[in-house]
Design a protein around this ligand. Structure first.
Ligand code: PLP
Ligand SMILES: N[C@@H](CCOP(=O)(O)O)C(=O)O
Length: 461
């Protein structure tokens, strides 16, 4: 399997190289040159497999040639061994044909564990073979950071630096990162927002001279391996409600467009998906582009769903690549125009986007209403991101005979502020985190200044 850049100028790479490269050298994102596809019969034959077996069947074509099958199976088993439910991604029914897919059963209680517990092991494997080391620079709005730290902290080949927006992640999220006191883990609170942090990561890939010869790697969903691992739970959940014999729909709380892009790929790979609903908070650029072809960047709102406080949605570029006939030169030009302030897609590209996605925006007060209403009716407590997904699902659902699955992207215990504002009681921390508020924290607060961040990294290489 070869991978190509969405901007068409970087060399095509193998899986191992893409895994370590993160962002392409031309500023684009790597995508597979061709996608594996599965027949309905083949998908049907997977019903009854364990999550780990299914994960192997779906992901192996992406890594074949770089990772031997036996080693890959071992990594998958290891990556999901720390999840607290035997199904790994269990489903909960909330109404007729309405399902919640619980993606928060991993060690850091958010969907990021699905990809990042595997990514750390994949990187370690490839780096050991190559006898190389990697400096990870990641940006987080709260969840990627802890999952990446958990996935990478035990590797002798990785040093990990995570940027989070100062005072804009929940206290539980911050402590999940900053209480990991390991020699190879560094947390930086940047006096800015998530887009600033993500911008610093991308700029650092564009010019790596500050690393004095060391190599930079990515844990954000700009790294193809993140997307690859997130495809699996679309298949597992769909199979559990009768696919491929029947269609299914998904609603996905969306920020950086990585999770829902994985759903779009599952559809291209053969899963019969009827609707893919993009659910946003007040930071609604994705809802605006899908519904009105308006991609204007507005100032970032601080919301009760902080993990989705994102305006520059990295993975949308991967979709635009398809929307432009996979023409890298067109995307290169489009990105230059976007950065110069052009804010709409061509009619053809917009039609393509609308043909695959529905969208809906949910504000903070409605998020609280949904948390409370669902809890009162079912005793099921949603986290604020999932509440946004569920409200969007109910609003956009076209055919109620088709199961609608909302991705529950985080555990409510991570967001006590929203849960309490909704009038519910925040759950207690799970056993492995119960002393989180007593643990020692370590992090540095830096100005929103790329050179200050790069200097911090260089001094710790
Ligand atoms: C809890 C939670 N929900 C939803 C999202 C949005 O996912 P994506 O960025 O892949 O669209 C994120 C972070 O990105 C998140 O942490
Ligand atoms: N919501 C994310 C933001 C980063 O997105 P990623 O999926 O590209 O890593 C977070 O919680 O950090």
């Amino acid at each position: 399997m070869k991978y190509i850049s969405t901007r068409g100028k970087a060399p095509a790479l193998s899986f191992g190289d893409v895994l370590l490269a993160g962002l392409a050298s031309d500023g684009g994102l790597y995508v597979p040159e061709t996608l594996p596809t599965f027949s309905q019969e083949e998908i049907a034959s997977w019903s009854g497999l364990s999550y780990q077996e299914l994960a192997f069947n779906i992901m192996y074509p992406f890594v074949e040639g770089d990772i031997p099958a036996a080693a890959f199976k071992e990594m998958i088993n290891d990556a999901y061994a720390g999840f607290n439910h035997s199904s790994i991604a269990p489903m909960v029914q909330t109404d007729t044909n309405e399902w919640i897919l619980e993606l928060f059963r991993g060690p850091t209680l958010a969907f990021k564990d699905f990809a990042l517990q595997l990514l750390g092991r994949l990187m370690d494997y490839v780096l050991t073979k190559r006898q190389e080391k990697l400096v990870i620079l990641g940006a987080t709005s709260g969840d990627t950071g802890s999952a990446a730290i958990e996935g990478c902290r035990h590797s002798d080949h990785l040093k990990i630096f995570i940027l989070h927006p100062y005072q804009r992640v929940s206290e539980v999220q911050r402590r999940q990162m900053t209480t990991v006191i390991d020699d190879n883990v560094f947390n930086i609170a940047v006096k800015g927002n998530f887009d600033d942090c993500q911008g610093m990561v991308k700029n650092s890939f564009a010019d790596q001279s500050f690393l004095q010869g060391a190599k930079l790697g990515a844990v954000n969903s700009i790294n193809w391996a993140r997307i690859m691992a997130q495809i699996v739970y679309y298949f597992s959940s769909a199979l559990s409600v009768g696919a491929p014999a029947r269609k299914v729909s998904f609603s996905v709380p969306t920020g950086n467009f990585g999770d829902i892009f994985a759903g779009y790929l599952a559809k291209k790979m053969g899963l019969p998906i009827d609707q893919l609903v993009v659910a946003t908070n007040q930071n609604d650029i994705l809802h605006r582009v899908i519904s009105e072809n308006d991609m204007s960047r507005q100032s970032l709102n601080v919301t009760l769903s902080p993990s989705m406080d994102i305006m520059v949605s990295s993975n949308f570029e991967r979709l635009l690549f398809d929307a432009h006939g996979r023409n890298g030169a067109e995307i290169d030009d489009l990105m230059t125009r976007f950065n110069a302030g052009d804010v709409s897609l061509s009619d053809d590209a917009w039609s393509f986007v609308k043909s695959h996605f529905d969208s809906y925006k949910v504000d903070d007060s409605r998020t609280c209403e949904v948390i409370k209403q669902v809890f009162d009716e079912t005793q099921y407590l949603l986290d604020p991101h999932t509440a946004i997904g569920l409200d969007a699902a109910r609003t956009c659902w076209k055919d109620k005979s088709i199961p609608m699955i909302t991705l529950a992207t985080a555990h409510p215990v991570k967001f006590p502020e929203a849960v309490e504002k909704a009038g519910c009681v925040s759950p207690v921390l799970p056993d492995h985190m119960k002393d989180l508020f007593e643990r020692e924290e370590s992090y540095d607060v830096l100005d929103n200044d790329l050179s200050a961040v790069q200097r911090f990294v260089t001094e710790r290489l």
